[in-house]
Design a protein around this ligand. Sequence first.
Ligand SMILES: [Fe+2]
Length: 277
Amino acid sequence: MTYTALAAAAYLHHIELQSSNPERLAKFYGEAMQMQVAKQGEIYICRGPQRRLIISKGTDKKLGLGAFACRDGEALDAMRARADKEGLGPQDLASPLMDRAFAVTDPDGNKIVFGLAKADPEGLKGLKGPTQHLTLATHDPEAIEKFYSGKLGFAVADRVRKPNGEVATIFTRSNHEHHTLACFRSDRTGIDHHSYEAGEWNVIRDWCDHLATLDIQLMWGPGRHGPGNNLFIFIVDPDGNWIEISAELEIIHDRPVKEWPHAERTLNLWGKGILRS
Ligand SMILES: [Fe+2]
């Protein structure tokens, strides 16, 4: 196993969401997630401290792309060479947020990008919450694992397994964070949710107080996930996308893959779980 993505210290730099009403969605992220919003041609670019989101015109709740930044040019070269060798046909991609970006397509048709982060504008203000992980919905978690782990060199952190042996959830990482890319078995494909890492419990409190001023209710949580051991809250944007704000996500240096039962308690050690399948 060659951990090319892990060696690249790749981190989730931004995602792109499609929307039938990009203006409304951008306004929501600007307010709720404390991001500056700029219209650039046909897209909206939303930026807060260490968090970025692109919104383009399209189908509600459809992932435009998920973009990972590599630590340097050498690591990006290795990612591209790996993608090429694995027959993924990496394609150059012009990105407003990254240099030397290339895209590949996963078995569900999700566009996944690797590149080098362009410098963020100075003076971005807001609560702590870097873009941290992307979670997909899929009919076939094993195929997703084969792609991200087997072909791109993400490392599997944990798996959730049903009593019949079927894998329900896979958590994979491309740096020391427990997961940067995960997937849930589902009756649909595309995005399940994306997450911002607030780091500490008290910052989640501050996010909740901020969301309350906007009359945005929590959809789930506060709770603590089993895999990753992270504290979480979830809210929903006007298109129906799930947004997670997390803290205390496990940092992995070296440990075996752990398997978890497919149970409410795995999803939330504290209370109600939302099982996707
Ligand atoms: Fe998550």
